[in-house]
Structure formats: C-alpha cells, structure tokens
Design a protein around this ligand. Structure first.
Ligand SMILES: Cc1cc2nc3c(=O)[nH]c(=O)nc-3n(C[C@H](O)[C@H](O)[C@H](O)COP(=O)(O)O)c2cc1C
Length: 350
C-alpha cells in the first residue's frame, strides 16, 4: 500500500516522499536580469526544511521576451547558473530533490515590446498582439529550450519540467485556438512540443526523468478536452516525456468574451484529479496531481487510491513552508523534522 509518505523512485530520481512543491512564479528578480535572489534561496530552502520531497523551481524562461514579467527567473545566460546552483545545493542539504520549470510565455509575455507566438492572436482585448514566429525562429526557439535545459542540468537539478500548460508557448503550439500556422509546426500541432522534448532529453543524463506540465482541459468555448489531451500527451510520451503534471486552463481569459463560464475551474477540492487519473490510466504514465489538494487526508487518498503517483501542493505551501511536516504528523507518519524544530512537533513518531 502506498501513501503520501511512501518514497518514490522513477529512473534515477529518488524522492523521500510524494509531496511536491509545484512551480510558482515569485516575480522577485530585482535587476531584470533573470538571476535568482536571496528571496528565491530562502523561499525554496524553507520548503526543503519543511519536508517537501520534490521542489520544482518556478517558471524560468529561455529568453528575456519569454518572461511573463521582467521580474521572472531566466535561463538564457550562464550568469544565471550560480544562483540556481546555490538553491539546488541548499535544498539538497535538507533532503529535498529539485526540479525547474523551463518555459517561454509566448503571447503571454506582458513586458515584451512585441511578444512572439505561433500565430498573431492576442490573449484578450487588452493584450498586445503577438508577432508570428517564422519557421526559422521556431527552430531557433527549440535550440533556446535546449540550451536552457543544459544550463539547468549544470546547476545540478534532479529533474526537468517543461511548461506545456496554462497557455504558455508549448501549449500555444498544440492548441488549435492559438496555432493557425500553415508550416510544419501548424500542420502537426504537437511538432513543436515534441521537438522541445527531444532537445531537452538530448541535454539530460539518461536516468533523469522529464516532467511535462500540461493543461488537460481548456476552459474557453471551443477549447480542447480530455480526449484531445490524451492524444497530444500520447505523442509527447512517445517523444520522451516521462511524467505528466496535470493542470488545466490558462489559455484565455475567464469570464469575458466567448467563455464557457459554467466550466469555470477551481471551485472544488481535488478538481483536477480526475484528469490526472485519466492520463495515468490511459497512457500508463506516472502523473503529478495538483489543484486544491492541501488537505493532508485528501492528498494521501489520491496516492492511496492510485489516482496519481505524486501530489503537488501550491498555495498550501505558500501559506505554510512546513506543510509536508505537518501533514506527516497529522497522518501519523514518520516525519524528518529538523532537530532545531523538534519542540514544535511534540507528538511525532520520530
Ligand atoms: C503565486 C502563484 C504562481 C504560480 N506560478 C506558476 C508557474 O510558474 N508555473 C506553473 O506551471 N504554475 C504556476 N502556478 C500554478 C501552481 O503551480 C498550481 O498549479 C496552482 O496553484 C494550483 O495548485 P494549488 O491549489 O495547490 O495552489 C502558480 C500559482 C500561484 C498561486
């Protein structure tokens, strides 16, 4: 029987438990240089002390105009490696493994003078109209992802996550709503994502798993659903994605324009778990479930019932860096509590 605190092994990745801190942008770079600051160091290392098994560093972008804002992390320069390596070392010292989410915001790059995208379709009426990437630029973009992954590997991460969710660039390519191209990257909507996956894998040690975060369902009217996401995920699995991190939405504005408001996400606990389970069962791949799973008994049940292999807790960990330790205590599991904090957890097993 597995539970939230059963260790997890996938290829060369070994986690002490199944609690994941998902990527969460901090918008806390100070000099617009994409370099992680002391804020990032303390933020991530606190969650390692707090018992998370895997910490995935926030959306980290492969070029300056791939950032949502100028205050996001970047991975387009070797100068960005040492600060990331310091975070990785700090987290390792407290028993957590570290991933990083490699990304490009595409048409959602708010501070770019002219954002780039598969097609010149703005996110909403207030957003800038992006410029359509030429075919040569699409190929150059794949190379930027490759180089970003190579830098992340140099920084010492244990796993790479590619951001294929929430309406960012990879998602923009595989969604029929945002990709109206006529070249090979439009004729086959998964081609860009598959080439990014292969480029990433070419820079990763053979035993390092690749996580792909996807939006398994779009919420705008006419958006894709689970059947389409099973199709594109199958193609991504064949290209080399080892673990799927199953989220939803982000492709368009909620509540305005041609939106299916009846499908508005996020109102119930565990709302994305059925999608994670569908991907896991249909494709026979490990999945990370995420989305309002910050009740320990619920997170534990998702693992125990075999719906997902790992559970990510986002906002719950923003509120409480010690979420994993407290969950272990509540669930009466052994908790790896730092000796300095033992007095704060009087009735624990260990
Ligand atoms: C402040 C904040 C920043 C986020 N930034 C990212 C991000 O960089 N990349 C990403 O894929 N998701 C991001 N998310 C989404 C979270 O990873 C997670 O999927 C979401 O918060 C739902 O999980 P929760 O209910 O446990 O918070 C962010 C969420 C929050 C609250």
């Amino acid at each position: 029987m597995k539970d939230l605190f059963t260790p997890y092994e996938m290829m060369d990745l070994n986690l002490k438990n199944r609690v994941v801190m998902p990527p969460m942008c901090q918008y806390s770079v100070t000099d617009k240089d994409g370099i992680a600051t002391d804020w990032h160091y303390m933020h991530y290392v606190s969650r390692a002390i707090g018992g998370a098994g895997l910490i995935i560093i926030e959306m980290t972008d492969v070029e300056p105009d791939g950032r949502i804002s100028d205050f996001d992390l970047g991975i387009w320069s070797d100068k960005q490696i040492p600060a990331l390596a310091r975070i990785v070392e700090g987290c390792h010292a407290y028993g957590a493994k570290v991933g990083i989410q490699i990304a490009h915001a595409g048409r959602k790059a708010e501070d770019a003078a002219v954002p780039v995208a598969p097609s010149a379709i703005p996110f909403d009426a207030e957003s800038k109209t992006p410029r359509e990437l030429t075919t040569a630029e699409v190929k150059a973009m794949i190379e930027k992802f490759r180089q970003g992954v190579a830098r992340a590997v140099k920084a010492g991460v244990d796993v790479i996550e590619l951001h294929g969710a929430h309406g960012y660039l990879i998602h923009q390519f595989h969604s029929p709503l945002t990709n109206h191209r006529t070249d090979e990257y439009g004729q086959d909507l998964t081609r860009f994502g598959r080439e990014v996956i292969r480029a990433a894998k070419s820079e990763m040690p053979a035993g390092m798993p690749l996580i792909l975060r996807i939006s398994a369902k779009e919420y705008v009217e006419g958006g894709y659903g689970i059947n389409e996401s099973l199709e594109f995920s199958k193609a991504y699995k064949e290209a080399g994605a080892d673990i799927f991190h199953v989220s939803t939405g982000g492709e368009g504005p909620i509540g305005v324009g041609p939106i299916a408001t009846s499908e508005k996400p996020g109102s119930h606990a565990a709302y994305q778990v059925p999608l994670a389970r569908a991907i896991k069962q249909s494709l026979d791949v490990p999945v990370i479930a995420v989305g309002r799973l910050d009740e320990p008994a619920l997170a534990d049940a998702v693992i125990g019932n075999g719906e997902a292999d790992l559970v990510a807790v986002g906002r719950g960990m923003l509120r409480n860096p010690y979420w994993a330790l407290e969950a272990a205590v509540q669930l009466n599991k052994e908790a790896d509590i730092p000796k300095q904090y033992k007095f704060g957890f009087p009735r624990t097993k260990k």
